[in-house]
Design a protein around this ligand. Structure first.
Ligand code: SF4
Ligand code: SF4
Length: 69
């Protein structure tokens, strides 16, 4: 089954603070070589969690599959 829920980072808003990477207990994010967060394991994301979007200081995170976005 195709994954229908995972985070999307708005590159124009993200300031690479790393908060989302530290916050997510499911290893969805990883920092790339430039210190920018990347969605490394979208399949690990918990449907309707929204935890990382709430703690992102730049409101840079939305979700694929979210009808509210
Ligand atoms: S918490 Fe938000 S601003 Fe910080 S690295 Fe993650 S997406 Fe970027
Ligand atoms: S929504 Fe939850 S499980 Fe998915 S990446 Fe964010 S904190 Fe991790």
């Amino acid at each position: 089954m195709a994954k229908t829920w995972y985070p999307i980072i708005d590159r124009d808003k993200c300031m690479s603070c790393g908060t989302c990477v530290d916050f997510c207990a499911h290893g969805v994010y990883e920092l790339d070589g430039d210190g920018q967060p990347v969605v490394k394991a979208p399949e690990n994301c918990v449907e309707f969690c929204r935890g990382c979007a709430k703690i992102c200081p730049e409101e840079a995170i939305s979700y694929y599959g979210d009808s509210e976005r």
